[in-house]
Design a protein around this ligand. Structure first.
Ligand SMILES: [Fe+2]
Length: 369
């Protein structure tokens, strides 16, 4: 969400878009359809690529696609990328043996596979291109808390800020924390079919709370439409809690009644089992989603630090080559401070949380998640 630009589409004729990528829960009930399991030869190729990368550097920031060679797996990854952008919009990669690798090795494997799907996209003002998703003891009620920092409450269906969003599961919590996705494309299209005036309301710019991530001295909210039709492709940015939070600023525009109703309807639809699918992420599993076609959420969870049951995922935001053309307000701003600050988030899981403060030395809020 770097330097977003308001994109008014006043007068936009709303229409059903990209019907080929719509799905209903019944279409994805068979998990094997969206679970890509690596075979033994592919896993050995991944292991070889890991050794190749580590021979160059242990720092993922120094590892590019070429440093993580996957000659036979690459065509499969290209198909997966195409399915993410032009098809179902989500996938679970399975088969990497968490027990075989250290955390650093897992991160490098994840990074290496990710580099074959797109370019890293900074996730926050600290330039994190490999982020942490774990309960950091942040108060969920804080206006500057981020979804990736909290655990005790469920996260509603929302968007992140890039083309593709990846999650690698390193550890699971004691209970809860189930990942789920809803097809934003089907929801958009059904909203257009049932009440086009509600859909049209979300093609207008909406105020979003920057949650403290704005450039120094800048306005503390920004505007973006929830729906954008860009040359026949649907782009979605929906983070309702941030939209609602923007109302704490007196200079932010008030949310129109019609837009409120439209968002309530979207939330109803995301909760409808016909539009969503729940997925379990086991240690070693990797989820990738098309952030514009799929909204994601997770159930509340509870860690047990003493027992080592602490939910810990690593997050990638990627810019895919397939989507060279994006609406102006969905562009990556390569000159932004976020790009210049590129870094890796490193949270030491297992360190005690002191009275609800953040973990260890990491005192940085991460981006929407
Ligand atoms: Fe998220």
């Amino acid at each position: 969400m770097d330097d977003p630009v308001a994109g008014s589409q006043t007068g936009t004729h709303v229409e059903v878009l990209e019907t080929a990528a719509e799905w209903r829960a019944a279409d994805v009930a068979d998990e094997s359809v969206w679970t890509e399991v690596f075979g033994p030869a592919e896993l050995e190729e991944i292991d070889g690529a890991l050794r190749h990368a580590l021979a160059k550097s242990r720092d993922v920031l120094e590892i590019s696609r070429g440093d993580f060679p996957l000659p036979t797996l690459r065509p499969r990854l290209e198909k997966i990328e195409d399915e993410l952008i032009n098809g179902r919009g989500f996938v679970r990669l399975r088969g990497i043996d968490r027990g075989r690798y250290s955390r650093e090795e897992m991160e490098m494997i994840y990074w290496g596979i990710g580099m074959h799907l797109g370019d890293p996209w900074p996730q926050n003002q600290y330039g994190h291109v490999l982020g942490d998703v774990t309960d950091q003891g942040v108060d969920p009620a804080s206006p500057e808390s981020r979804g990736n920092e909290i655990g005790a409450v469920a996260l509603p269906y929302h968007s992140d800020g890039s083309d593709l969003v990846g999650l690698l599961c390193l550890q699971r919590p004691r209970s809860g924390g189930l990942s789920t996705v809803a097809n934003a494309l089907a929801i958009h299209n059904d909203l257009v079919r049932e009440s086009p005036e509600l859909a049209a309301a979300l093609y207008e710019p909406m105020p979003y709370d920057f949650r403290g991530a704005e450039p120094k001295g800048a306005r503390r909210w920004y505007e973006m439409p929830v729906f954008t039709n860009w040359k026949g492709r649907l782009f979605v940015r929906y983070i309702r809690p941030y939209i609602l939070a923007s109302q704490r600023f007196e200079d932010a525009p008030r949310i129109p009644e019609l837009a409120e109703r439209a968002m309530r309807r979207i939330d109803e639809m995301t909760q409808d089992p016909d539009y969503n699918v729940f997925m379990e992420l086991l240690p070693g599993d990797i989820q990738f989603i098309n952030n514009y076609h799929v909204l994601h959420a997770r159930t509340a969870y509870e860690d047990d630090r003493a027992a080592g049951l602490v939910r810990h995922l690593k997050r990638l935001w990627l810019a895919t080559d397939i989507l060279e053309d994006r609406p102006p307000h969905f562009q990556r701003n390569l000159s932004s401070e976020w790009e210049k600050a590129r870094s890796v988030s490193r949270i030491e899981i297992g360190k005690a949380i002191d009275g609800g403060s953040r973990v260890g030395a990491i005192a940085e809020p991460a981006e929407a998640g």
